[in-house]
Write a protein that binds this ligand. Structure first.
Ligand SMILES: [Zn+2]
Length: 132
C-alpha cells in the first residue's frame, strides 16, 4: 500500500471513521461508503492501483459529508452533487498530504495526474493551490 493510502487510512482512524480493507475480492468491485453505518469498504485489490489513494480520499469525503457513494449507480442522476462534494473533500485531503510531506508539483495538472483526479476538477485544484 502506498504512503498516501496509509496516510488517508490513518486520517480515517483519527476521525473515528470505520473501514474494512477487502483484498480478496474481484478487482473491479467498487469501494463504497455507508455513513449511516460509519463504514467504508475499500477494495485494495482495485484493478487500477494508481487510483487507490483517490478512491480512499473520495470515500472519506462521503463519510465526512454524510452522503452515501453512488459513483457506480448509473441510475442516480441527482446524486452527482454528492459525488462532486466527495471529490472536493478528497482533493483537500490529497493537498494536505502533499503539504504535510512537503511534496511540490510544478503545475496543478501534474497534481491531477499524480492522483488520477478527473480533469474537470482542474479549476478547483487551481484555486486551492493558489490559496496555499
Ligand atoms: Zn462516491
Amino acid at each position: 500500500m502506498s504512503d498516501v493510502t496509509t496516510y488517508l487510512l490513518n486520517y480515517a482512524l483519527d476521525n473515528h471513521i470505520g473501514f474494512e480493507l477487502l483484498n480478496g475480492i474481484d478487482s473491479d468491485w467498487p469501494s463504497l461508503a455507508i455513513p449511516e453505518r460509519n463504514m467504508m469498504f475499500i477494495n485494495t485489490n482495485w484493478y487500477k492501483q494508481e487510483e487507490l489513494p483517490m478512491v480512499v480520499a473520495h470515500e472519506i469525503g462521503h463519510m465526512l459529508n454524510g452522503d452515501s457513494c453512488y459513483m457506480y449507480d448509473k441510475s442516480g442522476v441527482g446524486k452527482i452533487n454528492a459525488e462532486s462534494a466527495a471529490n472536493k473533500v478528497a482533493i483537500d485531503l490529497l493537498l494536505q498530504y502533499c503539504k504535510d510531506y512537503d511534496i511540490h508539483f510544478n503545475s496543478y495538472i501534474m497534481f491531477l495526474q499524480q492522483f488520477c483526479i478527473p480533469l474537470r476538477y482542474e479549476y478547483i485544484v487551481k484555486k486551492k493551490m493558489v490559496m496555499n
